[in-house]
Design a protein around this ligand. Structure first.
Ligand SMILES: [Zn+2]
Length: 270
């Protein structure tokens, strides 16, 4: 049964390409994780060596007053103010969005990863290391921090590529469903699909959480994935947890919505 559902999906050339590209992205992620873990430590050591004042002696005295929120951070103590200045010195996006809300400034003197998160996209406050991050988050760090010497144009190209979930379509069948099976086993293909969908759903969750509403765009994206999962039981089973999380967030937002203005969303007839 699993096999036949997978065979139908892999019958679509575009879907197969999506899985292949996703496979590369997952390989890239696992290589980047080790590399970035080491480099972030080196970067932190470098900062402390260049400015010893940033070390342990400079611990935060502002307490909860030194708590950043989203893009806002007004340090209330000298240590945090110095750290903020130092981070901005190395930030290549210093005039744009810096998601200070990712960080616990009080930990900057002792925790390299808390510093790294200032160079990453929103919504990563709870990530405790590179092994918990996806490729896009790690590539953003590389692109925003001047410690990394890379061809930033190439990294940007990767970052702006469209990784949206590709839903197989009938008319794109190429009839060569076995081709991908020649270098990946069925369970490997399944694992890749699952991982890609999970990343996508987590991204949708982060967006919804950040915007504090389920915008029409997010609702539509979610509906497309749901429809896809309805027809592909083998994938649905592995994604129950993240789907439940999304559904309860959706419900929460709907309750808030109905208290304020009532927005009618068209219900799909089953
Ligand atoms: Zn402080």
């Amino acid at each position: 049964m699993v096999l036949s559902e997978l065979a139908v999906r892999l019958n679509c050339a575009e879907y197969k390409n999506w899985v292949k590209a996703g496979h590369c992205l997952l390989l890239l992620r696992s290589c980047l994780q080790g590399f970035i873990g080491r480099e972030v430590l080196a970067f932190h050591r470098g900062l402390l060596a260049a400015a010893p004042g940033l070390g342990l002696r400079a611990s935060c005295s502002g307490g909860s007053r030194c708590s950043p929120r989203a893009r806002q951070f007004q340090p209330q103590c000298q240590a945090c103010a110095e750290w903020k200045r130092e981070i901005l010195k190395h930030h290549l996006n210093r005039n744009g969005d810096v998601y200070w809300g990712n960080c616990q400034p009080g930990r900057w003197p002792v925790d390299a990863w808390e510093v790294a998160k200032a160079f990453m996209p929103r919504g990563l406050a709870d990530k405790r290391g590179p092994e918990e991050c996806d490729a896009a988050a790690l590539l953003s760090l590389i692109n925003s921090c001047d410690h990394f010497m890379v061809d930033r144009k190439k990294v940007t190209e990767l970052l702006t590529s469209d990784w949206a979930v590709h839903i197989p379509e009938e008319d794109q069948r190429d009839g060569r469903e076995c081709e991908i099976g020649s270098y990946l086993s069925v369970s490997q293909v399944n694992e890749i699909e699952m991982e890609l969908l999970k990343e996508k759903l987590q991204e949708i969750y982060r967006q919804a959480e950040e915007q504090e509403v389920f915008s029409e765009e997010i609702s539509n994206q979610l509906e497309v994935v749901k429809e896809f999962l309805r027809n592909n039981e083998d994938l649905r089973n592995g994604l129950t947890e993240v789907m439940q999380k999304l559904d309860s967030l959706h419900l929460q937002h709907q309750k808030l919505d109905s208290k304020e203005a009532v927005i009618q969303t068209p219900e799909k007839k089953a």
